[in-house]
Design a protein. Sequence first.
Length: 117
Amino acid sequence: QVQLVESGGGLVQPGGSLRLSCAASRSLFSIYRMGWYRQAPGKQREWVATITSGGSINYADSMKGRFTASRDNASNTVQLQMNSLKPEDTAVYYCYAQITIASVGNWGQGTQVTVSS
């Protein structure tokens, strides 16, 4: 099990940027995979990006070129830098962690991102 705490959400104008952080309660080296998902009102939860313990990073097509995921092993955090934000990026963003390839995932409480003028 791992506890996850997201931060960094807020209100931003279209074209603006936000940086989300997710603090894990254990070393990132002990976690097989971490990632970001989002859920907009009335929609299903959507995958955003994944970072493996080996450092591989993958993005959903709609986020490529605008979102950048990274990890800080020293502080046990993963980040999501979001640039060129659009109103359709408005959602609750969730951090996700999977200890092993076969384990059930753990979720953070989510952080609200609102893109509006």
